[in-house]
Design a protein around this ligand. Structure first.
Ligand SMILES: C[S@@+](CC[C@H](N)C(=O)[O-])C[C@H]1O[C@@H](n2cnc3c(N)ncnc32)[C@H](O)[C@@H]1O
Length: 275
């Protein structure tokens, strides 16, 4: 990946390769990267404000933006949503289950949650329990996986949607690519990924405190390409405070987008004749 970047102390890197070499260039450094990333979240309170870094008040706007995006995808990709067969989603880096509780569980019959920080996952399990009005017979949280993404392989063909929000920055490029390649097999035919992330204006920014990186749109597109994933829809999150990174949602498919032939395009564009 070309393009320079910087860390939160203002140190600059010529390119991502140089940064990754410095951060995770050998097994010890890589282990430390992931230990410190999870370690950061282990010290955070299990609350909406905690998982959103003190910006708990953006949660409603985030969920609303995600819901509009999800509805447009469901209408396009799964018009019979839930009527022909149950819909199943995976919430990656789920934290306390904020996205599942406020969004996914309303649209999917089953949601699995993956989160490496056990006290977050336990808070999710509790809030999604039927006795806390977190589930019904038709919409429930099924599995709670306490593992990091870089170590997870989903069951083949289980998911319609794999939702990855505000956690992929913890993965190195190498693990990003290998996670999505493995996770593709976890999708049903026609299934999709949704990635919702902070976006750097260019290159990347390394956060030394929580061991994560914020990538630019170009950086993401390069990684999608390497994963064999195609963005078929994307949307910017609106209404967040100015001081935050811009946030983007990508819907990604494993299918090569169909190109409309020139002849067909001209046919579509030709004005019709009203008789
Ligand atoms: C900013 S919080 C977002 C939580 C949730 N996605 C949300 O939107 O409410 C980041 C989450 O990523 C999780 N995380 C950190 N490293 C991870 C890894 N290697 N794999 C999966 N999740 C990770 C953290 O434990 C934390 O729950």
């Amino acid at each position: 990946m070309e393009g320079s970047g910087a860390d939160t102390d203002g140190n600059e890197f010529k390119n991502a390769k140089e940064m990754w070499m410095e951060q995770v260039g050998d097994t010890t450094k890589r282990t430390q990267w992931y230990r410190e990333g999870v370690g950061y979240w282990q010290a955070v309170e299990a609350s909406v404000n905690g998982v959103l870094g003190g910006y708990g008040h953006v949660s409603d706007g985030d969920i609303l933006g995600s819901e509009v995006f999800l509805k447009s995808i469901l209408a396009e990709r799964f018009p019979l949503a839930g009527k022909d067969r149950p819909l199943v989603a995976l919430d990656c880096g789920s934290g306390i289950g904020r996205v599942t509780k406020n969004l996914l569980i309303r649209y999917f019959n089953e949601v699995d949650l993956l989160e490496p920080v056990s006290h977050f996952l336990e808070a999710a399990r509790e809030s999604l329990a039927p006795e806390n009005n977190g589930a019904s017979d038709l919409h429930k949280a099924t599995n709670f996986f306490c593992v990091p993404l870089q170590e997870f392989t989903p069951d083949a063909g289980r998911y319609d949607v794999i939702w990855v929000q505000w956690c992929i920055g913890h993965l190195t490029d190498e693990d990003f690519i290998s996670f999505f390649k493995r996770a593709k097999l976890g999708l049903k035919a026609g299934g999709i990924f949704v990635l919702k992330e902070n976006i750097a204006r260019s290159g990347f920014i390394l956060d030394k405190e929580d061991r994560s990186i914020t990538r630019s749109d170009t950086y993401y597109k390069d990684l999608f390409n390497q994963c064999g994933l195609y963005p078929f829809k994307s949307r910017d999150q609106k209404g967040f405070p100015e001081e935050l990174f811009p946030v983007k949602m990508y819907a990604l498919t494993t299918e090569v987008p169909r190109r409309i032939s020139r002849a067909r395009r001209e046919q579509i564009n030709r004005p019709g004749v009203i008789k």
